[in-house]
Each structure stands twice: as C-alpha cells, then as structure tokens.
Design a binder for this molecule. Structure first.
Ligand SMILES: [Cu+2]
Length: 190
C-alpha cells in the first residue's frame, strides 16, 4: 500500500519521532492511498471533460470543480485543475462569491513540520507566466472554502461562482460537482 504514495512520504524527514508524528503517520498511511486514487479519478474525469475552462484577460480558469457534501456539512471546497496566468505581469485571485454559500474563503493547505495546516489567505498569488494548481488531495496548495452552504452539493450538479482577480477583473464560472471516487468525498474536513 505504502508504495503508492511515495510522494506523500517524502514530505517527512527521516528519523522524526514523537507522539504527534506517530499519529500523523498513522493518519497519512490510511489516507494517502485513497487520496492518490481519488486524484487519479479526478484526473481521468477532467481529461474527459477537456472543454471546461474559462478565460478573463490573461487568466485561464481550468476545470473548476467541487466535491459533493452531505446534509450535515455546512462547508464545501472548490478546486481547479489550474489557474493559469499567461500574462507578463503577476495577478492575484482576491475574492470569490457564489449564490450557494454565505461566504467563500481562500484557503491554503501546507505541511508545517509534520503537520498539515490549513489557513485562510488574503489572496492566491498568480505569478507571471505560471500555472497554479488548486487540486483536490494536494498536499500543498490552495482551495476555495464555501462557508455556510445553503444546500448540500450533489454529484452531477453545477453552480455559478464569481472570481475576482486584481488585474484581470471578474469572471463567473460554472463549478461541476463531482465525486472523485466512492468513499473519498469527505476527506476535506474542517
Ligand atoms: Cu479549507
């Protein structure tokens, strides 16, 4: 099983010890193979739906998607295959809004030592001539947090979300709700 998530393992330093480390290690062992498979299926689905991208100015919003939620969940997460800045000047995603949630937060997941931490950021930096990945199951990356969902996000649904970029301006995109794989839908916990 472990050989399927070498990438995740490499995040940890050799010889680390301590209770927290052991707890995290256990959690990662059970989670990573499923995450890797989930990511693979997302990739398959994204490949099939290649026409799903949007442009504003120099920015391409490539394949926005959300993971289905259950009734009790008040938050959901939106991901992208890429946010691509083809321009020669940097841009930033500064906010987003959608009719399906009270508020949209910009979140970043990052390994700090051995612990995965999530924090809200004021903007997603989009350097000139770059692709920024905001994918599900990424161990270091951004996503959009839908806070105060008005109804559960159901597989197969889609909903509008308006992104505001500092330079490129606003663009409303359609978010596809899709299940990466049976059993992996609840990985994004807050
Ligand atoms: Cu989040």
């Amino acid at each position: 099983m472990e050989k399927s998530f070498k990438k995740g393992e490499s995040l940890f330093k050799e010889g680390d010890s301590g209770t927290l480390w052991r707890v995290m290690q256990g959690a990662m062992k059970s989670l990573f193979p499923r995450i890797a498979l989930g990511a693979f299926f997302i990739w398959l689905m994204c490949s099939a739906a290649s026409a799903h991208d949007f442009k504003v100015g120099d920015i391409t919003i490539d394949h926005p998607y959300a993971i289905p939620t259950v009734t009790a969940q008040s938050t959901g997460a939106v991901y992208f295959r890429n946010l691509r800045n083809r321009g020669v000047v940097p841009d930033r995603l500064v906010s987003a809004q959608t009719p399906v949630a009270a508020r949209v937060g910009l979140h970043r997941m990052q390994m700090e030592g051995n612990v995965m931490r999530m924090r809200e950021v004021s903007a997603v930096e989009l350097p000139a001539k770059s692709d920024v990945r905001l994918r599900h199951a990424s161990t270091d990356g951004y996503h959009l947090m839908l806070e105060g969902l008005k109804a559960p996000l159901k597989d197969g649904d889609s909903f509008p979300l308006t992104l505001r970029f500092e330079n490129a301006g606003e663009r409303t995109v359609q978010i596809h709700v899709q299940t990466p794989r049976k059993g992996t839908a609840q990985e994004h916990k807050h």
